[in-house]
Design a protein around this ligand. Structure first.
Ligand code: FE2
Length: 290
């Protein structure tokens, strides 16, 4: 990362940067407008409406990663694909409720392939923020639209984003946008303040014989008693250090908790071919040019 002079207006105060360095996360309330949130929600709704669930039944679950290790998942790095909630299906494999209330997330190249998402993902504000965070040539490696559906929204177990988006040296940062209020009730984020200093625990890699596996680097358990909830209002941005342990619990409430995430890496860093997420050279990684 570079200390080049920032040509853009700074988005973060020195006090905010030092809190980010201390905690490994930073909450910025009102980073995006309610209208921008609604545009993404409407667009996601349209994408789901156009999706035929009979094409695929890829379920997203961090409990059983092997179930997600199918071609549909592994090929999603440069596509727009749909992943169901684990509890979406009944014993016979039918959807328990409407399609639009069954999808866990859409991933992983919305920011490159859909113009509404591209517009949200590439703004001068985000370019300035990346520069404040120390990026010289940031590129957007991944985007996800997360539904956290009412009643069946699944848990995402404690993890570090660098497990899934590993570079050498480590460079990933997560940007988590609340498109609706996120509270204890509907499954807000939780994080371990300062946990980004505990080191990387594992990598999620492509296995030689197909599928994926976790490569364990450190078997110690997370200090889960140190988790704190990050309740935020619609429009907030939470910046997540790539090594920060974070999670979210199930949503058993009648309210959804939609969020959009973007992940940045530094383009000068090595991106291993063993990383689960790969992209075709036909869709090169891009920065924040707008
Ligand atoms: Fe994450």
């Amino acid at each position: 990362m570079s200390s080049e002079v920032n040509p853009l207006m700074s988005k973060l105060l020195p006090e905010q940067l030092s809190r980010y360095e201390r905690d490994g996360f930073l909450v910025l309330e009102d980073f995006v407008t309610a209208e921008a949130c609604d545009r993404l929600r409407e667009r996601a709704q349209k994408l789901v409406a156009a999706f035929d669930p009979s094409e695929v039944r890829s379920i997203f679950s961090t409990h059983e990663q092997t179930r997600t290790s199918d071609d549909y998942f592994l090929g999603s790095g440069d596509k727009i694909r749909f992943f169901f909630e684990e509890e979406a299906f009944d014993e016979k494999g039918g959807l328990r409720q409407a399609k639009e209330h069954s999808i866990n997330k859409i991933g992983h190249a919305l920011h490159d392939l859909d113009e509404v998402f591209a517009e949200f993902s590439r703004t001068p504000d985000l370019a300035a923020l990346a520069s404040d965070l120390g990026y010289a040539r940031p590129v957007l490696i991944q985007s996800m639209y997360i539904f956290k559906q009412p009643n069946i929204g699944g848990e995402v177990t404690c993890h570090q984003d660098a497990t899934f988006l590993y570079t050498e040296p480590l460079s990933v940062t997560g940007l988590w946008f609340a498109l609706e209020d996120a509270s204890l009730e509907n499954g807000c984020l939780w994080a371990i303040p300062g946990g980004h200093r505990l080191g990387l625990k594992k990598r999620f890699v492509r296995a030689k014989d197909g599928g994926t596996r976790f490569e364990v680097l450190d078997e110690s358990a997370w200090p889960l008693d140190q988790l704190v909830p990050l309740e935020v209002k619609k429009g907030a941005l939470i910046i997540l250090h790539g090594l920060l342990p974070h999670m979210s619990r199930t949503n058993r409430s009648p309210r959804s908790r939609h969020a959009y995430t973007l992940h940045l890496i530094e383009s000068g860093c090595e991106y291993p071919a063993t990383n689960w997420l790969q992209r075709s050279p036909k869709l090169p990684l891009r920065s924040f040019e707008f």
